[in-house]
Design a protein around this ligand. Structure first.
Ligand code: SF4
Length: 362
């Protein structure tokens, strides 16, 4: 029994049509650059969002030199709508690592790719197998589902590293030595198009004769539901601070701490007493702090955020910096952004929600 042949024949006929698959790349490194970008972009991103963003990103930054030297504003604009900006930052760090530490020479093996920022075992295996023909299986959520069904594993062991190693070891024995990249892409496509979570289309599956859960009629039990990670709920106050000298300018900061570290947006504060503290302080200096009725909620990985928006106006009797630090414990530098251009300066979806609430209030 060998899974490679039926999978490769099926892939030749049924593979999904993507720009990074059909492009005529001039070199393995150019192919690797595009595969790397699309793999990082596709994490936690819908395909319909990914496709136009990938085309725009690679047209604007066609190689590691362009990516390594891209100014932050431009990188943020290219990443806008994809979320988790840390991924874009890691891509840029990775491009700089290849340029500066490897003299621009691309890594070739899965092990070498894992030294590039943001490249875990999965992304490294995808790039090494597709672009440099290394026979190594890439295991992601789709492949875990296919593997658990092939082996009929229905318990929770599949969600820990040992269980996933079982799937890796099994598929690794079957990997095509001549077309490992196509084998990985065939498994990805099989998981996405036939071996779906609900109602897998086993009649059309090229490897159904090797599938234990199909044989035992247990596909609905494999894999088990992934145990949920406990999520933390946090309350955040978002501050819309109007410039005392010019009301149409709003304060944005580059966040130095917390899970949004490094992002550019409205000042945030988790202190439950911040609202009363700000209200009292501003009253005494003839300023105002208005708490918007509309609330926002937001989820980032295991964080759930319940938030309120405070609109602050100060008369300018005290310096803005001192109001900022006294009321809101903020030490970051302020960037005054024109209210009409605010929307385009905000890259995170959390800031977009805050912006909408403020617009409703205005
Ligand atoms: S036979 Fe069905 S359950 Fe088994 S791998 Fe194919 S699609 Fe998935």
């Amino acid at each position: 029994m060998n899974l490679a042949n039926p999978l490769l024949s099926w892939y030749d006929k049924c593979k999904r049509d993507f720009p990074w698959r059909n492009h005529n790349f001039k070199s393995k490194d150019e192919h690797a650059y595009h595969t790397w970008i699309c793999e990082v972009m596709s994490q936690q991103t819908l395909l319909s969002v990914l496709l136009p963003k990938y085309l725009q990103f690679t047209a604007s930054l066609p190689n590691i030199t362009a990516l390594a030297h891209c100014p932050e504003d431009k990188l943020r604009a290219l990443w806008k709508g994809l979320g988790y900006y840390a991924r874009a930052r890691n891509l840029q760090k990775g491009a700089r690592y290849i340029l500066n530490n490897l003299n621009g020479k691309f890594p070739q093996t899965q092990k070498q790719w894992q030294l590039v920022n943001g490249c875990g075992p999965y992304t490294s295996s995808v790039i090494a197998s597709i672009c440099y023909n290394e026979p190594i299986i890439a295991v992601d959520g789709n492949v875990i589902r296919v593997g658990s069904r092939l082996l009929n594993i229905s318990d929770n062991s599949i969600w820990n590293p040992r269980g996933q190693k079982k799937i890796f070891d099994f598929l690794q024995k079957h990997i095509s030595k001549t077309h490992p990249g196509n084998m990985n892409q065939a498994l990805m496509d099989l998981g996405a198009t036939l071996c779906k979570k609900n109602n897998p289309n086993c009649n059309a599956c090229p490897i159904s004769t090797y599938c234990k859960s199909y044989e035992l009629n247990t596909t609905h039990l494999c894999p088990s539901t992934k145990p949920r990670a406990l999520s933390k709920t946090q309350t955040l106050f978002a501050i819309i601070f109007k410039n005392p000298g010019c009301n149409s300018k709003i304060a944005l900061i580059k966040r130095q701490n917390g899970f949004l570290k490094g992002t550019f947006g409205f000042p945030l504060n988790p202190n439950a007493h911040i609202w009363t503290k700000a209200y009292e302080y501003l009253k005494n200096i003839k300023g105002t702090a208005v708490l918007c009725k509309e609330k926002f909620s937001h989820s980032i990985t295991h964080h759930k955020i319940k938030g309120c928006v405070i609109i602050v106006e100060s008369t300018g009797e005290k310096s803005v910096k001192s109001v900022f630090s006294k009321c809101f414990d903020l030490k970051e530098d302020i960037n005054w952004v024109d209210a009409n251009r605010l929307n385009e300066s905000l890259s995170s979806s959390l800031d977009q929600k805050i912006y909408k609430i403020w617009r409703l209030q205005e």
